[in-house]
Design a binder for this molecule. Sequence first.
Ligand SMILES: *Cc1c(COP(=O)(O)O)cnc(C)c1O
Length: 515
Amino acid sequence: MTTTTTKREVGQTPPKQVAPPGRKPELKTKASYSTTGDHPLLFELGAPGLCGSGLPVSDVPNADRTTNLPVEMLATSLPALPEVGELDVVRHYKRLAHRCFSIDENFYPLGSCTMKYNPRINERVAFIPGLANLHPYQSDSDTQGMLELLYRLRCDLQEISGLPEVTLQPAAGAHGEMTALMIITAYHRSRGEHRTKVLAPDSAHGTNPASCAICGHKAVTVKSKPDGRVDLDDLRAKVDQDTAAFMITNPNTTGIFDEQIAEIAEIVHAKGAQLYLDGANMNAILGITRPGDFGVDCMHFNTHKTFSTPHGGGGPGAGPVGVAEHLRPFLPVPQVIENGNGSFAWCDDREKSIGKVRSFFGQVGVLVRAYAYIRSLGCDGLKDVSQKAVLNANYLAAKLKERFNLPFPGPYAHEFILIPDFAGDGVSENDVAKRLIDYGIHPPTMSWPIHHCLMIEPTETESKRTLDNFVDVMNKIADEVAENPSIVKNAPHTMPVRRLDEVAASRKPNVRWKA
Ligand SMILES: *Cc1c(COP(=O)(O)O)cnc(C)c1O
C-alpha cells in the first residue's frame, strides 16, 4: 500500500497544528496493518503532513481562544484525527461504497421493509434549491411553496387512507405508532377513561409492543389462526373495557389480507376500544381499499417504505398519522393548513392537541420525496403499483412452492413466508440467507414472524427476469444443500467478510477504533 501526498493548492505550507499542553496528536503510519481485512483504515493510512484540502491562508487574526472561550471549554489535547491526502480519502470511501449492498445494484426481497427502487425524479425534486435550502425559522410567507407541498401531501394521504386528517410530524413508523397511541390515550382521557391495555396479534411488528410500553400501556398478544388470520375468539376474550386499542397490520406480516377486518372493527368498537392500523406497508392496497373504509380509527404510514425513499441502515423516514373524525382534536400541532384565500400556514390552534412530537415540521426532505412519488404516479399509477406488487409476490410464491414449504396458504398480498426445510441436512434459514449474498441477492427478512422462515417481498419494481433469477438461485441453493451442504453452511464465500459473530456484534458491539 502506498500513500500519495496531495499537493496543496492554495496555502503554501500546511498550517501548524497548535498542540495544546498535554499530548501531541499521534498518528499511525503502518499501512500494512488493518482491522478491516484487506485495506487499512483512514487512521492507519494517515501520516503527519498529508492533507486532503487546500484552504487559503487566513488573512484575519486568529481569535484568542483563551479570552473568547470559558476555560472549562478549552480542549487539553487535539483530537487524533488522521491526516490523509485527498485521493486517499476518495479511494478509501469509494472502496467502502463498493462493499455495500444497495437497491440500486441488488435485488432486495426484504419482507415487511418494502425496499423498492427510489425513482430519480424524487431526488431531483428534493434537491430543488427553493425546497432544499429552506430554513425552518423562515416565515410562512417566505415558504409558501413548501407549505403548499406539505398541505397537498397531507390531502393525498387523507385520500389514500380514507381518513379525514393526517399529521406529517412523526419521523418514522415507530414514532407514528407512539404518536397514534398518545392520541388514542388522550381521547379516552377526554371521556374520563383510563384504559391501560393495548392488544396486538402475535404476528405484529416488534415496534407495536414497544410503542405500547413507551406510552405506559400493557401489551397483550392476540393469537393468530394457522391460516395467519386473527383468532376472533381470542380477540373477543381479550378485548374489554380496559382496552385502549387493538393494533393490527393488514395485510399482515405473513402477507395475508385479513378479510375479517370489518368484523374485527365491530368487536373492538363494541368495547369502546380503538382500531389502529399499522400501515407501514400499504404496498398491496393503494387505490384498492382504504383503512378508513374498513373501520380503522387511526393509522400510520411509512412514507419511506410505500412511497419510496431508500431507508437502509436505519433512516431517514417519515411516519405520518391519519385519524378518524373523533380523534382530530388530539392531533399534534402545528398543522399545515390552507387559509381559504389560497395561502398556507402553520396552525397551532388545537385546544386538546397532544402537542408537538418532533422538532419543527417533521422529516421534510423525506416528505418531499413521498409527494414527488405520489404525484408522478397519480391515482392510476398508485393502483398499478399495488397490483404489480401483489402480482410479483404471488408469481414468486407460485414458482417457489414447487420446491419450498409455504406454510400459509395464499393468495398473498405484497409478501409471503417461506420455510427452507433443510433441518435434516443441518442447514438453517440463516445459511440460505448468507448463500443468497454470494448470488448478489440481499437476504430476505429472517426468522420472523415465525421460526425458521424467510419473509419475501419482491415489490412492484422488479422485472420478471429478476424474479425468475431469484427462483433459479433458490433452486440452485436447494441443489447445493443436497449435493454439498457445507457450501451453504459456510457462505458467504464472495464477501470481504465471511460469517460474523452476530450475537457478539449485537450484545457487545465494538464500534471504536483504538490505536
Ligand atoms: C417497518 C415497520 C414498522 C416500523 O417502522 P420504522 O420506520 O422502522 O420505525 C412498523 N410496522 C411494520 C409492519 C413495519 O414493517
